[in-house]
Design a protein. Structure first.
Length: 401
C-alpha cells in the first residue's frame, strides 16, 4: 500500500470500523455498543488520527501543499520571507474645532499620537509623521495598528493634548496598509524566485525589493525602456477598484530605489548604471457586449447574466490583479489580455449557457475596440494599464427560438 492509498483510505472513521468488523467472524456480535465494536472503534480512532497526521505531514513536505511555518521554511531556502502586515499612511488636514471648514496649520510636534475608531469599531492610534509641501500643504499620519482595516473611509481623529483641533484623514490612503501575506501569495512569489533567482538588478531582484516596500502591492518592471541602463517601474495598490498609488508613495519608492539627486550611482536598491523611473499604474475600465447568447430553457436570463458577470470579474481578478506583476519565466512577458477563445471559455463555463451565437465586443474606457478579444492598453510611457472589469456596463442579449 502506498502512502497516498494509506492516507486516502484510512482517514474515514466509519469506513475503518466497517473494514475492521468485516474481518471478524459473522457469528460474533458486531452491533454498535458491543464489546467487539467498541474495541474496533477505539483502535481505529487512533489509526485514523495517525493517518490524518501522516497525510498532513506529507503535504508539508512540498512547497505547493505546505502551509504556515512549514511553508515559510520552504520559502527560506531561496531567501524569501513572508511579507508581514504593514501600516497605513493617510493624508490629513487640521481643522479648528470651532470652525470645522477651514484648514489650519498649527505648530504641533511630530510623533504625537491621535486616536480614532476603525471601520470594525476598534480603537487605533495615529502618529503624526510630517507635513508635505504641496499646492495645498497636507499632513501625514500613520496608523499604529498594522493591516488593511485602517484603509477604509474618511475618519476624524482627536487628541486630548491638542483638543482645539480635529484631524480629518482623507479617504484614499497615501500608503495602503496591508495584511500578512497569504500562503497562496507566498507560494506564488517563492515559485517565481525559484525559476528566476534574484541577483544584480534583474527583474526578480527589482520585484522582490520593491514589493517589500510598504504600500506597494505589485510592480511591473520594464528594462531598457529608454535605452540601456534605464528601468521603468509601474506600481499598483492593493485596491482592485482603484489601483493607482499616490505621488507620495511614488516619490518614496524612487528615493529608496534610485534617489533623484544621485541617479544611476547605485545609492539605492538599483545597481550602478541603472536610472530608474517610478510611476503609478494607469487604470482602464473594460466591459463586453455579448450578443445572441443561447441558454437552456430551464434557466432564467437574469440569473445567467449575473453569473456571467461574476465569472468575468473573477477572471479579471485572477489575471489582472492577483497575477498582475507576475511575468512568464521564459518570455518575461506580463499578461497582456484575453483572447476571444478565453472569453468564450469563461462564458461557456457558466451553468445554462449552450452557445455564443453572436459576437463579443470589447469596450475599453467606454470605447468599442473590436470583437477579437481584449488587449491591455498602454500608458504614455509604454507600460501596461491595469484593467478594471466594468460589470455595470457589460451587456448580454439572447437568441430566442
Amino acid at each position: 500500500m502506498t502512502l497516498t492509498e494509506f492516507t486516502n483510505n484510512w482517514t474515514d472513521f466509519k469506513t475503518m470500523v466497517e473494514a475492521t468488523l468485516a474481518l471478524q467472524d459473522d457469528t460474533l456480535d458486531k452491533r454498535e455498543g458491543s464489546v467487539l465494536y467498541d474495541f474496533a472503534a477505539l483502535t481505529d480512532n487512533n489509526i485514523v488520527s495517525f493517518a490524518i497526521s501522516i497525510g498532513d505531514l506529507f503535504n508539508q513536505l512540498f512547497l505547493k501543499t505546505s502551509t504556515g511555518t512549514y511553508l515559510e521554511q520552504h520559502a527560506a531556502r531561496v531567501n524569501v520571507d513572508r511579507y508581514l502586515a504593514s501600516a497605513c499612511k493617510r493624508k490629513a488636514y487640521f481643522y479648528d474645532v470651532e470652525d470645522n471648514t477651514t484648514i489650519v496649520y498649527p505648530t504641533i510636534p511630530f510623533d504625537t499620537l491621535w486616536s480614532g475608531t476603525l471601520s470594525d469599531g476598534s480603537s487605533a492610534s495615529w502618529k503624526y509623521l510630517e507635513r508635505i509641501d504641496d499646492t495645498v500643504d497636507y499632513e501625514v499620519f500613520e496608523c499604529q495598528t498594522s493591516g488593511s482595516l485602517a484603509n477604509d473611509e474618511e475618519l476624524t481623529i482627536t487628541s486630548d493634548t491638542y483638543g482645539t483641533y480635529n484631524v480629518v484623514l482623507q479617504t484614499i490612503p497615501l500608503v495602503y496598509g496591508e495584511d500578512d501575506e497569504t500562503d497562496e501569495e507566498l507560494i506564488l512569489r517563492t515559485e517565481t524566485v525559484e525559476k528566476t533567482p534574484a541577483y544584480g538588478g534583474n527583474r526578480t531582484d527589482y520585484k522582490e525589493k520593491v514589493e517589500a516596500i510598504d504600500g506597494v502591492y505589485g510592480v511591473q518592471i520594464y528594462p531598457a525602456w529608454q535605452g540601456g541602463g534605464t528601468v521603468l517601474l509601474s506600481l499598483c495598490s492593493p485596491e482592485e477598484s482603484d489601483p493607482t498609488v499616490s505621488t507620495y508613495l511614488v516619490d518614496s519608492v524612487k528615493e529608496l530605489v534610485d534617489p533623484l539627486d544621485a541617479e544611476g550611482e547605485g545609492i539605492g536598491y538599483a545597481p550602478i548604471g541603472h536610472t530608474v523611473t517610478v510611476e503609478s499604474v494607469t487604470s482602464e475600465t473594460v466591459s463586453f457586449a455579448i450578443t445572441n447568447l443561447i441558454i437552456a430553457r430551464s434557466y432564467q436570463q437574469t440569473n445567467v447574466v449575473a453569473e456571467i458577470k461574476t465569472a468575468l470579474a473573477n477572471a479579471f481578478t485572477e489575471k489582472f490583479h492577483t497575477k498582475w506583476s507576475t511575468y512568464d519565466s521564459v518570455s518575461f512577458d506580463y499578461i497582456s489580455g484575453l483572447d476571444l477563445n478565453e472569453i468564450e471559455y469563461i462564458i461557456m463555463g457558466v451553468a445554462g449557457v449552450k452557445n455564443v451565437a453572436g459576437t463579443i465586443t470589447t469596450i475599453q474606457n467606454s470605447v468599442p475596440t473590436g470583437t477579437n478579444g481584449y488587449s491591455v492598453g498602454l500608458d504614455a510611457r509604454g507600460a501596461f494599464k491595469k484593467p478594471i472589469f466594468d460589470a455595470a456596463n457589460t451587456t448580454v442579449s439572447f437568441l430566442t427560438a
